[in-house]
Design a protein around this ligand. Structure first.
Ligand SMILES: [Zn+2]
Length: 201
């Protein structure tokens, strides 16, 4: 996974203790991290309010340092206990825009970044949240964002998910072996019967 460094120069305190991952969309079908940086400066923020930006091609850009406080979700003190990830795109109907499809490359990059952060900060999957979970009137990251699919991709890639898959696979082979043993038993019986018949003749 490649994280592209940026020169945004954001001066905010390093008092973030990541315990959650919060997903957002930019509410803009096409934009760069520099565009959002400018918009956030205009709104009086110290600059780009998230820790990461992922464009539709799946490129990951570093925004704020992970240790720096964010400006993306003030509810429940989340700016000081989460990593904010912003996706390029407008995954809801808004001002004539509405991206109904999240490109595979973008979703794949999001999955990889999520897994990396989960491992690094020991964040459980229940603590991956939509911005909407904290601010109900916002749809962020958009009602067209395939949340279930994303959760499924993450689940099957975590250590727990992989162990589950291995157990399932193991069970499958156990059953197959039992079936073969049963068939082998039948064949042995048949051979024995044939041998008896030959002896009787
Ligand atoms: Zn948001």
């Amino acid at each position: 996974m490649n994280i592209i460094k940026t020169q945004l120069n954001i001066n905010v305190p390093s008092n973030n203790r990541p315990a959650y991952i919060i997903i957002h969309h930019a509410l803009a079908p096409r934009c760069s991290i520099d565009d959002i940086h400018g918009w956030h400066l205009n709104r009086g923020f110290a600059g780009f309010g998230y820790h990461y930006f992922i464009n539709k091609e799946g490129k990951i850009y570093r925004g704020r340092m992970e240790t720096q406080r964010g400006s993306h979700c003030k509810q429940e003190g989340m700016n000081m206990k989460s990593i904010g990830i912003c996706l390029e795109g407008c995954y809801q109907d808004y001002q004539g825009n509405g991206d109904k499809v999240v490109p595979d490359a973008q979703l794949e990059a999001l999955k990889n970044l999520t897994l990396y952060l989960m491992k690094k900060y020991k964040i459980k999957q229940e603590r991956i949240k939509k911005h909407h979970d904290f601010v109900q009137y916002k749809l962020c990251p958009g009602n067209y964002f395939p949340w279930e699919k994303y959760m499924g991709l993450v689940a099957e890639s975590t250590d727990a998910g992989q162990i589950k898959a291995l157990i399932k696979e193991n069970q499958y082979y156990k059953e197959e072996i039992e079936k073969l043993q049963e068939r082998l038993g039948g064949i042995k019986k048949k051979i024995y019967e044939i041998e008896r018949m030959v002896e009787d003749e």
